[in-house]
Write a protein that binds this ligand. Structure first.
Ligand code: E4P
Length: 220
C-alpha cells in the first residue's frame, strides 16, 4: 500500500520523503491556509521534494471553472493531480480533464455510490473520507472496504485513496481493506514508527553494548 502525506508543510514532506516511505502528497484548501504561504509556491516546492503524485485542489463550483483551474494546476508540474470535490459539476469536470489526459483525485467522498460515480467519470484516484464519517457515528472503513470490492468486481482502474485518517489503526485497517493508498497527517506517520518495546529494546542494547570490549573502536 502506498503512503501519502496529507499536509502542505514542506518540512514534514521533506522528512517523510527522506525516510523513504512517502509515495505522494495530498493537500486541500484548509491545509493550504494553515501553511500560510502562497499556494503556488508551496506546491512547486512540494513537487520538487516528492516525485510521486501531489494533489492540489480546485475551488470552482461549475465544471467550466473547475476544468479551467485544473488545466492551470496540471501545467505546474507533471506529477500534479487535480483534486475535485464530489458533485455533479465536479464529475463533469473530471470527465473532461480525463479526456485531456489530466489526472484527477475526487475528494470529499462519503459513500460507496459516490466513489462508483467518480470512477465512472474517469477519476484517477477517489478519496473516501473515513475519519469524518467516523466522527458522525458511521463506519468509514466499511465505505473503504465496499469501494475496494466494487472497483475490483468491475475492473475500475481508479485507485482507492483512504483519506481523513486520524490514527495508526486507520492505516492498518485501510491496508487490510485493500486500499491502494492511505493519506495521513505527518503525526500519524510518526505514530506508526513508534513502539515502546522498540524504544526499550534500543535502550537496553545500547547499555549492553558498553560491556563489549572493543565497543569504542570497532566502527572506527
Ligand atoms: C485528503 O485528501 C484530505 O485532505 C484529508 O484527508 C482530510 O482529512 P481531515 O478529515 O482530517 O481534514
Amino acid at each position: 500500500m502506498k503512503i501519502f502525506l496529507d499536509t502542505a508543510e514542506v518540512e514534514e514532506i521533506r522528512q517523510g520523503v527522506a525516510m523513504g516511505v512517502v509515495d505522494g502528497v495530498t493537500t486541500n484548501p484548509t491545509l493550504a491556509a494553515r501553511a500560510g504561504r502562497k499556494f503556488k509556491d508551496v506546491v512547486l516546492e512540494i513537487v520538487e521534494i516528492c516525485s510521486g503524485p501531489v494533489s492540489a485542489e480546485t475551488v470552482g463550483l461549475n465544471a467550466d471553472q473547475i476544468v479551467h483551474e485544473g488545466r492551470i494546476l496540471a501545467k505546474w508540474a507533471p506529477n500534479i493531480i487535480v483534486k475535485v470535490p464530489l458533485m455533479a459539476e465536479g464529475l463533469k469536470a473530471v470527465k473532461q480533464l480525463a479526456s485531456e489526459g489530466i489526472k484527477t483525485n475526487v475528494t470529499l467522498v462519503f459513500s460507496t455510490n459516490q466513489a462508483l460515480l467518480a470512477a465512472k467519470a474517469g477519476a484517477t484516484f477517489v478519496s473516501p473520507f473515513l475519519g469524518r464519517l467516523d466522527d458522525i457515528g458511521q463506519d468509514g472503513m466499511q465505505m473503504v472496504r465496499e469501494t475496494v470490492e466494487v472497483f475490483q468486481t468491475y475492473g475500475f482502474e481508479t485507485e482507492v485513496l483512504a483519506a481523513s485518517i486520524r490514527h495508526p489503526l486507520h492505516v492498518t485497517q485501510a491496508a487490510l481493506a485493500g486500499a491502494d493508498i492511505a493519506t495521513m497527517p505527518f503525526k500519524v506517520l510518526q505514530q506508526m514508527i513508534k513502539h515502546p518495546l522498540t524504544d526499550r529494546g534500543i535502550d537496553s542494547f545500547l547499555e549492553d553494548w558498553k560491556k563489549v570490549p572493543d565497543a569504542e573502536t570497532v566502527f572506527e
